[in-house]
Write a protein that binds this ligand. Structure first.
Ligand SMILES: Cc1cc2nc3c(=O)[nH]c(=O)nc-3n(C[C@H](O)[C@H](O)[C@H](O)COP(=O)(O)O)c2cc1C
Length: 188
């Protein structure tokens, strides 16, 4: 039985390096993980006035998370935090009050940046948000990826051997984390 992993890319850019990273992660992941992207680009801005009549894009987001056994976040760092588009998506998914979609969901966090700290500060911010949302996060290994375009080929190929090892280990540990969490907190 494969685990269904929904993944959220924090960037809306058509040339996103985090999308490239997501393709690489999927290509090296264990066979018993199946991936579905959870899109966030069409969501309106969150407004609590709509809590009693969610727009269809927000309902679709919550349904996609509900259909996932785990969620993997692959995100840029914006101004030492997370992109507004990602914060907006998390706000929608966490509401209405009492219907937080992330409650007990196994989660992982990773990201790429051209800069040397490779989204470390953004990831820490995201971890704080996910803690409040009661997601069951993988705490180790961390992976702060300084993006080198030479290291990636087409369709998820990872040309750099050291990077491939890091990403493969990360996904194997993520798989084991998901299994551990679902053992005590099963999701249908
Ligand atoms: C509004 C904005 C803020 C940014 N802030 C950071 C930052 O705090 N740290 C960082 O390493 N890169 C920062 N960057 C550069 C991004 O890492 C870079 O644009 C990266 O390619 C974004 O990821 P993406 O290609 O997946 O969209 C910022 C870029 C933008 C547009």
């Amino acid at each position: 039985m494969a685990y269904q992993v929904g993944y959220i890319i924090g960037s809306l850019s058509s040339e996103s390096i985090n999308r490239t990273l997501s393709e690489a992660l999927i290509s090296v992941a264990p066979d018993d993980l199946e991936f579905t992207e959870i899109p966030i680009g069409d969501l309106p801005l969150y407004n609590r006035d709509l809590d009693s009549s969610f727009p269809p894009e927000a309902t679709a987001l919550k349904e996609a998370i509900a259909a996932s056994q785990a969620v993997l976040f692959i995100t840029p760092e914006y101004n030492r935090s997370i992109p507004g588009a990602l914060a907006n998506a998390i706000d929608w998914a966490s509401r209405p009050y009492g219907e937080n979609s992330f409650d007990h969901v196994p989660a992982g966090v990773i990201g790429a940046s051209p800069g040397g700290i490779g989204t470390a500060v953004g990831q820490q911010n995201l971890r704080g948000i996910l803690s409040y949302c009661n997601a069951r996060q993988m705490t180790a290994p961390e992976a702060y990826i300084q993006f080198d375009p030479q290291a990636y080929g087409k369709n998820g190929e990872v040309k750099d051997e050291e990077l491939r090892t890091i990403l493969t280990d990360f996904m194997q540990e993520f798989r084991d984390h998901v299994e551990r969490v679902l053992t005590v907190l099963p999701r249908t």
